[in-house]
Design a protein around this ligand. Structure first.
Ligand code: PGA
Length: 245
């Protein structure tokens, strides 16, 4: 499967100028650039090769909800991908039920969904049950929607590895990703060729260890995506060495 690399800028940078500069520097094939909402339009105009992604979306269609951004609004702005259920949003109070509504609303609007799952702590047995439970709840009703596998991407992000400088071991990450793929293929979902990415403290230095594993279809990169030089090195490890652009 072709690899995919997502630059999740989170709540950065502080100015539009810097955002446009960063978007230009990360405009590479196989990449999704996910800036904050306020920079989406300008960043989108700076992209020729990379796709535009949003970091979140509202769970409802346009109506009177102050401060929310609907899936249709994103679609009409040229957004192709949307991150849903990031652990930083779950920590702010997003529940699996809300995430499930967001997944369905975004897919209905024609966006590709990057659903983030991951456990707060190990051991592995508990981890598998935790992630299984998240997937079952977050993807409930998908079979009815007849969503295509290509419209859904899963990012496996162990919460303890996000922004800590302590990534998962590529071997364990690959084991979890194979497990997730097995769950997605099961009768209840019938999603056969879903890309599953790894996320959590990916850097230029450790990225090749993840990309060389065939089970891992790419990465969701946070902190390291704010440094274009570092991000381009990760891209090189992902696509020049181990994937097709
Ligand atoms: P990190 O973030 O690369 O800074 O650990 C990853 C993510 O939260 O998507």
């Amino acid at each position: 499967m072709n690899k995919l690399l997502i630059a999740n800028w989170k709540m950065n940078p502080e100015t539009l100028r810097e955002a446009v500069r960063l978007a230009r520097a990360e405009d590479l094939s196989g990449v999704v650039v996910a800036p904050p909402f306020v920079y989406l339009e300008s960043a989108g105009k700076a992209l020729r090769n990379a796709h535009l992604g949003a970091q979140d979306v509202s769970l409802s269609e346009p109506r009177a909800v102050t401060g929310e951004i609907s899936p249709v609004m994103l679609k009409n702005l040229g957004v192709k991908f949307v991150i849903v259920g990031h652990s930083e949003r779950r920590a702010l109070g997003e529940t699996d039920e809300m995430i499930n509504k967001k997944v369905i609303a975004a897919l209905k609007a024609g966006l590709k969904v990057v659903l983030c799952v991951g456990e707060p702590s190990r051991p592995m047995t508990r981890t598998k049950n935790y992630v299984k439970n998240q997937l079952e709840k977050d993807l409930a009703g998908l079979l009815k929607l007849k969503a295509k596998s290509s419209k859904l991407i899963i990012a496996y992000e162990p919460v303890w590895a996000i922004g800590t400088g302590t990534p998962d071991n590529p071997k364990t990450a690959a084991e979890m990703i194979s497990y997730i793929k097995k769950l997605l293929k099961a009768k209840s979902l019938k999603l056969k060729a879903v890309k599953v990415l790894y996320g959590g403290s990916v850097t230029a230095k450790n990225s090749a260890g993840f990309f060389k594993r065939p089970e891992i279809d790419g990465a969701l990169v946070g902190g390291a995506s704010l440094n274009a030089k570092e991000f381009r090195k990760i891209w090189g490890n992902c696509f020049i060495k181990y994937g097709r652009v």
